[in-house]
Design a protein around this ligand. Structure first.
Ligand code: FAD
Length: 456
């Protein structure tokens, strides 16, 4: 009898264990994506999703099949789909996020009443979060021992050829639910597509080009003006490429670059691991000692940070890259997050929420881990007294101001010294804030005093 394959965050055909299993179990498959998100219209991930689904539909079309994009609640749509098509199972890849996993459990119970199985397979992670534990049988809170314990079990053989499938047509009674995803606000995402090609082919090309440059990764990964990192994050987020395939490619290449890159994949594993064991860490300080901290909330200041008008060039360049490309270099993410949570004294949740709306790779696990790490409130956090100096960072990682000039054209004519701190040179071009919204030294001292008051 037929089966249903429900694509979620595994928008690929190759190396997709859940899809392989579905292909092996059924003569015919009904392929669906269910859009149940009622998000803000300017969510960057929706812009990505719209294109990624077009790409997936085209790949499926080339194999003679059809992807049906439906709008509605899976709780009601899936039982209807199963009943109308006669499917005996719904196949999915596990999302590895506590809320989504809990929903799957509810859905499985519901479908079981109609004798339909919900069959989940892995593929999103290399590590089973329940299997990696300390000697005292507790979850790890520190990255390095976690990585040492988890990595030996990472084995992967990418299946390059997708499983074979034959498709079922959508039952006529469900035709009313068909609804392609519209891209958000016209125009806002235009800059994205100069930087990105959503979909499985775009993801594979990105991995291939990056693998050729892997030896340079350790030296170049911190330089925001260089395309020195893989830029696989949105592709991994949407599952357009499997993490196992990225691991295999790095291992096949070998060397220091591969080790460094595999460690970054390890951070992604760790972020999902932390989310699994401490689901509250998306919203709450992991380290509850920081609950006593008084955060500022100044909407005008937050707006200036979001728009890249803080008067600190590296911070502003990062925020503008984010708006324009839906992505920001990791080094700069750390700097803008430190500026918001330390110098400006805003809660990390304010920054995390903006990132969730504007990043094409926004991922609750990685985002929460990143923000709490910088704010000093998380597991394995940077010590609270580490406060990035955005001018020092700028001089060190963008010495010739290439990244700054790219994103802040109003500063382009300043020399390589002045561009990092235009107010020091006394000639700030018109149209750029005359000085940083928070004095660097005073902001640092105030942040230290606040943080010290709650950290024992
Ligand atoms: P590469 O250097 O090529 O790394 C390869 C892959 O490893 C990445 O694609 C990513 O999946 C993973 N990775 C790398 N660094 C980290 C990290 N520190 N934590 C977890 N995974 C990592 N990453 C997201 O994918 N989504 C987010 O929403 C996100 N929010 C962040 C917020 C803050 C404040 C900070 C400091 C970091 C955040 N990161 C997030 C992590 C990191 O900045 C991005 O994963 C990275 O910049 C993506 O670029 P890349 O693919 O070229 O990275």
């Amino acid at each position: 009898s037929p089966g249903i394959f429900w694509f979620r965050r595994d928008l690929r055909l190759a190396d997709n264990p859940a899809l392989d299993r579905a292909c092996a179990s059924h003569e015919k498959l009904l392929l669906v994506y269910i859009d149940d998100d009622r998000k803000q219209p300017y969510d960057a991930r929706r812009a990505w999703l719209a294109r990624s689904l077009q790409s997936l539909a085209a790949d499926i079309g080339e194999r003679g099949g059809t992807l049906h994009v439906l709008a509605g609640n899976p709780d009601s749509l899936l039982p209807r789909l199963a009943a109308a098509s006669g499917a005996e199972a719904v196949h999915v890849s596990a999302m590895q996020e506590p809320d989504a996993d809990a929903r799957d459990a509810r859905l499985a119970a519901m479908l079981a009443r109609d004798n339909v199985a919900l069959r989940r397979a892995g593929g999103r992670l290399l590590t089973d979060p329940d299997l990696v534990r300390t000697r005292d049988d507790a979850p790890y809170r520190v990255f390095t021992p976690f990585f040492k314990a988890a990595r030996p079990a990472w084995r992967h053989r990418s299946r390059v050829a997708p499983g074979r499938f034959r498709c079922l047509e959508l039952p006529a009674s469900l035709a009313g639910a068909l609804s392609p995803i519209a891209a958000p606000q016209p125009g806002w995402d235009r800059g994205f597509w100069q930087a990105w090609t959503p979909g499985e082919t775009g993801a594979r090309r990105r991995l291939d080009t990056f693998t050729e440059r892997l030896d340079a990764y350790p030296a170049e990964r911190d330089v925001p003006a260089i395309d020195g990192t893989s830029r696989l994050s949105p592709h991994l987020h949407f599952g357009e490429i499997s993490v196992g395939r990225a691991l295999d490619a790095a291992r096949a290449h070998g060397g220091n670059g591969a080790d460094k890159f595999i460690a970054e994949l390890g951070w992604r594993e760790f972020a999902y691991y932390v989310l699994h064991h401490w689901p509250d860490s998306v919203e709450e300080n992991h380290n509850r000692r920081f609950d006593g901290l008084a955060w500022r909330h100044d909407p005008a200041a937050l707006d200036a940070w979001q728009r890249g008008r803080t008067g600190v060039p590296l911070v502003d360049a990062g925020m503008r890259q984010l708006w324009h490309e839906g992505w920001m270099h990791n080094r700069v993410r750390m700097v803008v997050a430190s500026w918001l949570t330390k110098h400006m004294g805003h809660h990390w949740r304010d920054g995390a929420a903006w990132f969730m709306r504007t990043l094409v790779d926004a991922d609750i696990a990685n985002n929460a881990l990143g923000w709490q790490w910088v704010a000093g409130t998380g597991v394995d956090a940077a010590p609270y007294f580490r406060i990035f100096n955005p001018v020092t960072q700028s001089r060190r990682f963008d010495p010739r101001g290439l990244y700054l000039r790219r994103w802040l054209p109003e500063l382009a004519l300043l020399d390589d010294v002045a561009i990092h701190a235009p107010w020091e040179a006394g000639h700030v071009p018109r149209g750029y804030p005359p000085r940083p919204m928070v004095d660097l030294a005073a902001g640092r001292a105030a942040a230290l005093a606040r943080l010290k008051s709650v950290s024992g």
